[in-house]
Design a protein around this ligand. Structure first.
Ligand SMILES: C[S@@+](CC[C@H](N)C(=O)[O-])C[C@H]1O[C@@H](n2cnc3c(N)ncnc32)[C@H](O)[C@@H]1O
Length: 215
């Protein structure tokens, strides 16, 4: 417990002191090797139950905040979620009555589970690589809950999706705080216009940064 509290202090301090995060924090997240078969890699994670914890209530506070910020910026939005996994974020979005929702993920297994568990007619799902996905039509909000860090250079990813944002649209991002995501956040803050930025602390230590960005 003392370690987790200490780690939380380091993470919060590191957000505004860029030099500290690589020195003090190890990257906690395993990113697939370059050239790895993404479908197989992520299907295996889901097969092995690696993301079962994501549906727990205490893992979804960042979803709730992100969904509320999106709904405040663009009420009843048409929402695209990149890296939607099993569709858990939609549970937080549903109460805000989105006009439409499309979730895309590189894992066919996760998308199959999402289709079975989310039966709302507003929600649809598709298999695709979020780094280059060409969605049909335009969206008022495009969100990346715990996914942007897997897609490459964040500014390239946002530039790709900006073409599919309606005028006045917004991006939404949430990331578990570690050295990698703190570095990514610094890039976003340098290159993009941030609307909102907040930290959601978990009850066991550490937390998520939640950001909305002008489209
Ligand atoms: C930590 S999970 C987050 C799932 C979901 N967004 C949530 O918050 O519950 C990361 C997700 O990103 C997906 N992912 C990773 N790389 C991807 C890519 N290149 N294209 C699409 N999805 C990807 C994984 O399959 C996984 O479902």
């Amino acid at each position: 417990m003392a370690y987790l509290r200490w780690r939380r202090v380091l993470e919060l301090v590191s957000i505004d002191r860029p030099a500290l995060s690589p020195l003090l924090l190890r990257t906690g997240r395993k990113t697939p090797d370059a050239g790895a078969n993404l479908t197989e890699t992520w299907d295996t994670v889901y097969e092995e139950g690696g993301y079962e914890h994501l549906s727990r209530s205490d893992q979804r506070h960042h979803h709730r905040l992100l969904a509320a910020l999106i709904a405040e910026a663009r009420p009843q939005a048409r929402v695209l979620e990149v890296g939607c996994g099993e569709g858990v974020f939609y549970e937080s979005l549903r109460g805000h009555r989105p006009a439409a929702y499309l979730g895309v993920d590189v894992s066919p297994l996760a998308i199959d589970r999402a289709r079975r568990s989310v039966t709302d007619p507003v929600a649809t799902f598709s298999v695709g690589d979020g780094a280059a996905f060409q969605p049909p039509g335009e969206f008022d909000a495009i969100v990346f809950p715990e996914c942007l860090e897997y897609l490459g250079e964040p500014s390239d990813v946002l530039a790709h999706y900006r073409r599919f944002l309606a005028p006045g649209g917004v991006f939404g991002v949430s990331m578990w705080m570690n050295a990698g995501s703190i570095a990514l956040l610094r890039k976003l803050r340098a290159l993009e216009t941030i609307r909102d930025q907040a930290v959601v602390l978990s009850q066991w230590g550490g937390g998520w940064t939640v950001v909305t960005i002008e489209g």
